[in-house]
Design a protein around this ligand. Structure first.
Ligand SMILES: [Cu+2]
Length: 284
């Protein structure tokens, strides 16, 4: 009897704080556009049946329960999983699947289409689930690179030759510079003394290294290298499929660049300044 009472108390205690997040992701295919005029076929997880080249993001509080429907509006079969967290499920054309997930650990988790990995994930179908335990400001960087020709190969039913991978476009949240600074979820804006979190996922196949000018940030979560937690640095190498959370407490005002220290990542189609480049804007 005491045991049941205790169990009831514990469950009640949890449910008082936890919420159920009812949401849907819609798989839609269209294109991603770059400033040099290049367009590539692209597919993303969208929050409605309106396509954008930016994947929908799911943000949960620690303890929440995710009740997710994934709807396949594409003309091909797709799969879905939260990498390392849920089983792969297949979604026939015009169908949907329900995915239930308890958000019991903090961090950033990649959800994607694992079919013929990394083929389908590389053509856009890779998003971020963020589980946090703070109400502080957060910014979100879904980091990715693109090789012209690969997407058409994947949508044509073949697999690209990943051994000769040569990406020439680089994006954060599906956008290249200067458009990243128009993405209020990506561009860090804050004040001196704020505690700001930057939630990152590398959904590409290349290593990137995000270089913060002006400040050091502290790694508070790394999916690949948990031993790096607590390190205070200004450049953050992030491997394919790795996720990371940075804590930034700005100590001076100003506008400072952030870019991929792998310098090809700051180009688009060979042109400097069109890739992974944004700024931190910190007010006194
Ligand atoms: Cu730099």
């Amino acid at each position: 009897m005491i045991r049941w009472a205790l169990a009831f108390f514990l469950l009640n205690g949890l449910s008082a704080e936890a919420a159920t997040i009812n949401t849907s992701l819609y798989i839609l295919r269209d294109s991603i556009h770059f400033d040099n005029g290049t367009s590539l076929p692209y597919a993303t997880f969208n929050e409605s049946n309106a396509y954008t080249a930016t994947n929908a993001r799911i943000v949960a509080d620690l303890g929440d329960q995710l009740d997710l429907w994934v709807v396949n509006f594409d003309s091909e079969v797709h799969e879905f999983r939260i990498q390392g967290e849920t089983n792969t499920v297949s979604i026939p054309v015009g169908d949907s699947v329900q995915v239930l997930y308890d958000c019991n650990s903090q961090g950033v988790f990649i959800f994607h289409d694992p079919m013929n990995f990394p083929d389908n994930a590389s053509v856009g179908l890779s998003g971020m689930l963020v589980v946090k335990n703070t109400t502080n400001a957060g910014f979100y960087w879904n980091i990715k690179e693109h090789q012209v020709g690969n997407n058409a190969t994947v949508f044509g039913g073949s697999s690209p030759d990943w051994s000769t991978y040569y990406p020439v476009h680089f994006t954060i949240n599906g956008k290249s510079a200067p458009n990243i600074n128009n993405d209020a979820d990506a561009r860090v804006v804050g004040n001196v003394g704020d505690t700001i979190y930057i939630y990152m996922a590398n959904t590409g196949q290349s290593i990137h290294s995000m270089h913060l000018h002006g400040y050091h940030a502290t790694i508070v979560y790394s999916s690949k290298n948990p031993s790096h937690v607590g390190w205070s640095k200004d450049s953050m190498p992030i491997f394919p499929s790795e996720t990371m959370v940075l804590e930034l407490v700005p100590d001076q005002p100003g506008e400072y660049p952030v870019h991929d220290h792998n310098l090809i990542g700051t180009t688009g189609g060979g042109e400097y300044g069109q890739g992974m480049f944004t700024t931190l804007l910190i007010a006194p």
